[in-house]
Design a protein around this ligand. Structure first.
Ligand code: ADP
Ligand code: ADP
Length: 227
């Protein structure tokens, strides 16, 4: 599904020239897999995700999705960020259907599709609310619905629950698990929380800091049925 080979990324530093944020990273993700990238703050997780999303350019190596090299961002790879990025002037329904509108889908159909996804994240009663009327957890649910509605090949999640309180985070873990069971989406999930990585994913790739490399890989034996 997604193939990353020998990818590196160098950044300029204010005083000391350049440094390698990502050094020669290679891995593959299979269709329907839920993979976490785990590592301390600053190890290059977000950088790696941005490279895969096409929001940053790689200097070396290749990133392929379904056998094709990526060229910039695409709706085959959609990111859910740590801080929700909903349009504040649109309701939940309008936010979720926004991308479908860009695709030229008719209003009735896009609202039906959007409502399906909104139901999946348990926000049906809040479809006509604006982001500022929602709790942090609800905003992240809406952001997940907005990503899923585009039916991406891979859902990229950059510490999506890191800004939430513990109780909300546990609830969202359960809900993401449900969503994964229903949709079997391929998910790449970034976190610095080892419990979260082990709880949610099939496989955990552990990154080390400076330079950012994948140093270990663990298969998680889930108690629940997979595949
Ligand atoms: P993580 O997501 O694991 O916290 P990041 O990918 O955000 O790590 O950052 C990795 C390293 O690259 C950090 O040292 C960070 O300061 C640096 N970095 C990230 N983005 C930039 C940028 N645009 N310019 C320069 N340095 C950056
Ligand atoms: P309508 O057809 O009644 O305008 P739409 O479904 O087209 O409704 O739009 C839903 C909402 O999204 C509206 O409030 C509209 O103003 C807003 N909207 C549509 N396109 C954009 C855009 N490109 N940028 C910001 N807001 C938009």
């Amino acid at each position: 599904m997604i193939d990353i080979q020998g990818v590196s990324k160098t950044y300029m530093e204010r005083d000391s020239g350049t440094f390698m944020a990502i050094d020669n990273v290679s891995f593959s993700i299979w269709k329907g897999e839920f993979v976490s990238i785990l590592g301390p703050s600053g190890c290059g997780k977000s950088t790696l995700l941005k490279l895969i999303a096409g929001l940053e350019q790689t200097e070396t190596g290749k990133i392929e999705v379904l056998g094709k090299p990526i060229h910039g961002p695409g709706t085959d790879r959609i990111v859910v960020f740590q801080e929700h990025t909903l349009f504040p002037w649109l309701t939940v329904l309008e936010n979720v259907s926004f991308g479908l509108k860009q695709r030229g889908m008719k209003k009735k159909e896009r609202y039906e599709r959007a409502m399906e996804q909104i139901k999946l994240v348990h926000l049906s009663k809040f479809a006509d609310r604006y982001p500022h009327e929602l709790s942090g957890g609800m905003k992240q649910r809406a952001a997940i619905a907005r990503a899923l509605v585009m039916d991406p090949d891979i859902l990229l999640m950059d510490e999506p629950f890191a800004a939430l309180d513990e109780q909300t985070r546990l609830l969202l873990h359960k809900e993401l698990e449900e969503i994964w069971m229903k949709t079997r989406k391929t998910i790449l999930f970034i976190t610095h929380n080892i419990r979260e990585a082990v709880l949610l994913s099939d496989r955990v790739l552990v990154m080390s800091t400076r330079p950012g490399r994948i140093k270990k890989e663990y298969e998680i034996q889930a108690a629940r049925p997979r595949n």
